[in-house]
Design a protein around this ligand. Structure first.
Ligand SMILES: Cc1ncc(COP(=O)(O)O)c(C=O)c1O
Length: 376
């Protein structure tokens, strides 16, 4: 008899399947809830750039019968001009999820160890487990930041990589430039540091490290950037890594030949040109972030407004009853009790009318007056 558990690689047996939620509209329909707001996924609530939309229409009329350009030549050229680096310092793939998997496939062996924060983006752990590597999770600081000192002291001769999610998902906090330099200086240069900057455009802190200039100093550094957040292209799946030409060439050995479709490539290039769209996204996000922090203060909830397109809220009590009550009002937020934050939720900075709807529901559950923060 065929036994799939025996047939699967031993490392895969220890990996939990990613079970996506049912699409929210069908769950809400089943529950008889007509109006709902989904504030659980950190996308751009205002859609995509109009220039990207035009580029997609143009491309879909002319060339979808052809394979995409394999290496994203034009996009890497554009990125190289923006960042003043060789195009060979860039690798583009089907979203950062794929890039993180590629890093695992290229660099992680069974017996290696990776160091990550105790509450951070889950793909690092999944990838390491698939490769048979050990995951060392380092507790966050009291103010919900990655603890760089503890991460440095956790390094040992099996450590292959440290994943720094900066800003960190799900807490929205950052590590500072001086912490970044301390990390790079103190660890062995044989350890890879992956700086996952999926949300970097949202950070307006003067302490946030601009890491690209450090590439020439630290050949063990890989920087990750996504088109899913500020750029609004989550549905097309495209993201990239920046590193030394040697690291990128090694990753190219493992990358699939055509991972980035034609529409994603042209949309990414058009979005990079659409400064107005990017500016508008950042301005609305900043406004929502400040207002939501104020609203949480009025609701007497501890909130980290963070440096991202979501806020982290510590409810000060177990998440489940409040999350369930929100859900039954059609308000979907991310519960974080599965991520070592038993009293935490993450609320995406969606459309402002949706945020007001969520605030009204949350206030009612807490038995408080709803803070009227946004115009409906
Ligand atoms: C920190 C972080 N890195 C990477 C990703 C994956 O991004 P992408 O949509 O480019 O695959 C996400 C998605 O939410 C994220 O939060």
């Amino acid at each position: 008899m065929f036994d799939v558990h025996k047939a699967a690689r031993s490392t895969i047996r220890a990996v939990h399947e990613y079970v996506p939620n049912k699409p929210p509209d069908s769950i809400m329909k089943e529950m008889g809830i007509e109006h709902f707001v989904d504030l659980a996924t950190n996308e751009n609530p205002y859609g995509i750039s109009p220039l990207a939309y035009k580029a997609i229409l143009r491309e879909s009329k002319s060339s979808l019968n052809h394979y995409p350009e394999s290496t994203c030549f034009e996009l890497r050229k554009k990125l190289s001009e923006i960042h003043c680096l060789s195009p060979d310092c860039f690798i583009v793939d089907n979203g950062l999820d794929s890039i993180i998997r590629l890093i695992g496939l290229t660099f992680l062996d069974a017996g290696d160890e990776i160091i990550i924060g105790s509450s951070t983006f889950s793909a690092y752990e999944t990838t390491a487990k698939i490769m048979g590597a050990k995951v060392n999770k380092i507790p966050l600081t009291e103010d919900y930041r990655l603890n760089i000192d503890l991460m440095i002291s956790a390094c040992n001769r099996n450590t292959k990589a440290i994943f720094i999610c900066n800003p960190n998902n799900p807490t929205g906090t950052i590590i500072t430039k001086s912490e970044f330099i301390k990390l790079m200086e103190k660890i062995s240069p044989s350890i890879l540091v992956i700086s996952d900057e999926a949300f970097y455009e949202f950070s307006d802190s003067p302490d946030y490290p601009q890491t690209i200039p450090f590439l020439s100093e630290y050949p063990n550094l890989i920087i990750l950037r996504s088109f899913s957040k500020t750029m609004g292209l989550a549905g097309l799946r495209i993201g990239y890594a920046i590193s030394s030409e040697e690291i990128i060439r090694m990753m190219m050995r493992v990358r699939e030949p055509f991972p980035v479709n034609r529409l994603a490539q042209v949309a990414a290039m058009a979005t990079l040109d659409d400064k107005d769209f990017i500016q508008q996204t950042l301005e609305i996000n900043r406004d929502s972030r400040v207002k939501m922090a104020k609203a949480m203060q009025l609701l007497r909830l501890k909130c980290i407004p963070g440096q991202t397109n979501f806020i982290f809220v510590d409810l000060g009590q177990p998440v489940e009853p409040i999350w369930n009550a929100l859900f039954s009002k059609g308000i979907i937020v991310r519960r974080l009790d599965g991520m070592n934050l038993p009293t935490g939720i993450r609320i995406c900075l969606g459309k402002q009318k949706d945020l007001q709807f969520a605030l009204n529901g949350l206030a009612e559950i807490l038995g408080m007056l709803a803070p009227l923060i946004f115009d409906l």
